[in-house]
Ligand binder design. Structure first.
Ligand SMILES: NC(=O)c1ccc[n+]([C@@H]2O[C@H](COP(=O)([O-])OP(=O)(O)OC[C@H]3O[C@@H](n4cnc5c(N)ncnc54)[C@H](O)[C@@H]3O)[C@@H](O)[C@H]2O)c1
Length: 338
């Protein structure tokens, strides 16, 4: 089975390619490297004995897509490619609607025309906005509070309509906080700018600064800092394999939306203490005001994906931080080695 992966040079995409190949799929990547890394592709390619095919280009480029399907029979698509900086999405909303929504329409049109019916979409907990209960299940109200979250919700709505109208089958995975790195230490998280807590602090420890800024310590939580749900990127990757298998191998498969979190909440201070424990370094912690639009608690219920796809976690928070530390301590400048 050939799977087209958009955004395969990115953080989650590069880890998922390994899960796909290890589970018997062949992978064709399209990436324009706007936030992805050729070094990630090279590392995965080496690890998997050159089994991936990579196209440098835009996922909505119909000529490029035509060329790919002339060469390979594509059985399904995983669509990771997107812009995903919340702050930037508020400052430059059209950039986000163009890349995350308008281009996805072109991709879906192409897939419909080409009879490629199976699609896995990278959605986000950002579609929920400020939740009214915890843990959040898939029936919770959808009220994104930033442009990034809105773009994800528009695509989810489009997918619902394409299923109803054309029988297009999809699974939308609403990730909570992806974190950690592959067990080999060859690939890991390298966003620029880095806005995620774990990589940001580990990077600072790796370069000898050991600084951490905590946004808000007056939330209604045990220690006053915000609580989040972290999922190891390799567990997340495997959920994509399960989703594709379900769609492709099951004649009666139905489109679905699933949360992907661990149903375990860790406060920012809990995470910082774990980082100190695992790296052996004391952090210089600074407290700043709350960031606009940051909910107090974001914890997922993952009951639905567990029951419907048999998904189980392999990794816990210690594995997440240790694997991320293994990556950051050996890649002080991310993919650019020192
Ligand atoms: N990292 C998280 O915690 C998280 C949480 C929720 C949802 N998501 C979603 O998961 C997906 C992957 O996230 P990530 O952290 O791996 O991001 P990333 O930025 O590392 O990867 C995105 C990849 O898409 C590529 N890309 C973007 N626009 C493109 C285009 N028009 N054509 C071709 N390639 C393009 C980039 O070059 C990059 O390689 C995104 O859709 C993101 O919104 C991520």
């Amino acid at each position: 089975m050939n799977i087209l992966v958009t955004g395969g040079a990115g953080y989650i995409g590069s880890h998922t390619i390994i899960s796909l190949i290890d589970n018997g799929f062949s992978v064709i990547v399209i990436d324009d490297f706007c936030s992805g890394h050729i070094e990630a592709i090279n590392a995965v390619s080496k690890y998997e004995n050159n089994k991936i095919k990579v196209y440098n280009g835009d996922f909505s480029d119909v000529d490029l897509l035509e060329g790919i399907i002339k060469k390979y029979k594509i059985n399904g698509v995983i669509h990771f490619a997107a812009h995903s900086l919340v702050g930037e999405s508020m400052d430059d909303p059209l950039k986000y609607y163009k890349n995350n929504v308008a281009k996805t329409i072109l991709l879906l049109e192409f897939l419909k025309k080409s009879g490629i019916n199976y699609f896995v979409f990278s959605s986000s907990a950002a579609v929920y906005g400020i939740p009214d209960k915890t843990p959040i299940d898939e029936m919770s109200p959808l009220n994104p509070i930033n442009v990034y979250g809105s773009t994800k919700l528009v695509v989810e709505n489009m997918l619902g309509s394409t299923d109803r109208a054309y029988g297009f089958k999809y699974i939308s995975l609403r990730y909570f906080n992806a974190a950690g790195a592959h067990k080999t230490g060859f690939i890991g998280e390298d966003h620029n700018p880095e806005t995620h807590l774990i990589p940001k602090v580990l990077k600072s420890v790796a370069i000898g600064e050991s600084k951490a800024v905590v946004f808000g310590n007056d939330y209604p939580t045990g220690d006053g800092t915000a609580i989040r749900d972290y999922i190891h990127v390799d567990d997340l990757s495997y959920a994509h394999v399960l989703s594709l298998k379900y769609l492709i191998e099951n004649e009666k498969s139905k489109s679905a939306v699933f949360n992907l979190g661990c149903e375990k909440g860790y406060s920012v201070l809990n995470i910082l203490r774990k980082i100190e424990e695992i790296t052996g370094k004391k952090l210089k912690i600074e407290f700043a005001g709350r960031r606009e639009g940051d909910p107090a608690i974001l914890v997922a219920s993952y009951k639905k994906i567990k029951e419907e796809l048999g998904f189980e976690f392999k990794y816990n928070i210690d594995d997440i931080i240790s694997s991320a530390w293994n990556w950051h301590s050996n890649h002080l400048n991310g993919y650019i080695k020192v």
